[in-house]
Design a protein around this ligand. Structure first.
Ligand SMILES: *Cc1c(COP(=O)(O)O)cnc(C)c1O
Length: 367
């Protein structure tokens, strides 16, 4: 039986997402002690989940025999209060990645076009291709989304536009005024998804809620994977147009978000102090990395997120050298940046370790 001849064409041509390698993989492959390895590759929270979220998750696990609340009632209520929106203006997903996929389910098919920046989060392109639509990629300008060029790339076939601010993998952001003006100038047949996965790390993040209030086709994506430290539990959400959220709700699985994740997310929202502390530590970590990288004489892209691009020359080679020394970072060759590495901001001690190992790795790659 040749299953490939039975599969949809879009499956055969679908590119594969390359995640940051788990610590255990690297330890096995290189014969290293996993306890000596640090992972600064996937923008995870170096401080773990909030203790209150952990406690809520443990408690929820005891009712593991029951199906979760498919409507995520409590979490949406809490989010609605927090953001001053209606509970019907939220859609909760198995990570915000699921919501990107739901946008594909609801809106994309062959012949449709999706406008996105490049380099930007690769999942926009993967979902676009999965649904047989065409990815229209617009290069960044001075490391930020070129919103004028993106607006110019819109055609009558454009269904969806992704804007990632702060952007992954660059850590750069567009201003509130830029983002609002962009959404307001879009034709009525275009939906815009603002990916705000890293907005929690910004000192004052753009407020795009007025766009939803004006009735625009807008959905903003947020996640509990980054500042809330719950990446393993898979929970994120979209907010914006109630009509859009209702459509996305139709195409999701009935129980797409598990009860443990829902309970942890609710408790995480209550622990404001933890999130604020993580944001503060992250800003200090960014400053520490900037200073360290500068003293190594390396170029970097100033970031407002929890990661930073560093120019190291041969990215794959330095990535390998760092990995052999027990520091996992992210090469960004697949993002068209072969000379750069993307490094997650860690704890103070992890950042120190990274800088020290980077110095050695750079020296070994020069010789
Ligand atoms: C990490 C990240 C997300 C979050 O994905 P989850 O599915 O919620 O874990 C979303 N968008 C971008 C750009 C990211 O880097």
């Amino acid at each position: 039986m040749n299953f490939e001849s039975l599969a949809k064409r879009s499956v055969l041509t679908q590119p594969v997402y390359e995640p940051g390698k788990p610590i255990e993989y690297v330890a096995r492959e290189l014969g290293l002690d996993p306890n000596g390895i640090i992972k600064l590759a996937s923008n995870e929270n170096p401080f773990g989940p909030s203790p209150r979220a952990l406690e809520a998750a443990r408690h929820a696990l005891e009712k593991g025999e029951l199906y979760p609340d498919g409507g995520c009632f409590e979490l949406r209520q809490k989010l609605a209060v927090e953001r001053g929106l209606g509970a019907d203006q939220f859609i909760v997903g198995n990570g915000s990645n699921e919501i990107i996929e739901l946008l594909g389910h609801a809106f994309l098919g062959p012949g449709d076009e999706v406008v996105m920046a490049t380099p930007a989060f690769v999942v926009y392109k993967l979902v676009t291709l999965l649904f047989g639509a065409k990815a229209v990629e617009v290069p960044l300008r001075e490391w930020r989304h070129d919103l004028a060029a993106m607006a110019a790339a819109i055609t009558p076939r454009t269904k969806l536009v992704f804007v990632c601010s702060p952007n992954n993998p660059t850590g750069t952001a567009n201003t509130e005024a830029e983002l609002r003006a962009f959404a307001r100038a879009l034709p009525a047949h275009v939906i815009v998804a603002f990916d705000e996965a890293y907005a929690d790390f910004q000192e004052s993040a753009p407020d795009l809620r007025p766009l939803a209030e004006e009735g625009r086709n807008v959905v903003c994506l947020r996640t509990f994977s980054k500042i809330y430290g719950l990446a393993s539990l898979r929970v994120g959400y979209g907010y914006g147009s109630a009509q859009l959220c209702a459509l996305l709700n139709r195409v999701r699985q009935p129980f797409n978000v598990n009860a443990i994740a829902q309970a942890a997310a609710v408790a995480a929202l209550d622990d404001r102090e933890f999130a604020e502390n993580c944001a503060r530590e992250n800003r200090a970590g960014l400053a520490q990395l900037e200073q360290g990288v500068r003293s190594l004489g390396l170029e970097f892209v100033p970031s407002v997120a929890n990661f930073m691009l560093i120019k190291v020359g041969d990215g794959m080679r330095v990535f390998d050298a760092l990995q052999r020394r027990g520091v996992i970072v992210r090469p960004v060759k697949s993002y068209g940046l072969p000379e750069w590495l993307r490094v997650t901001v860690g704890t103070k001690a992890q950042n120190e370790r990274l800088l020290a190992e980077l110095r050695v790795a750079m020296a070994s790659c020069l010789s």
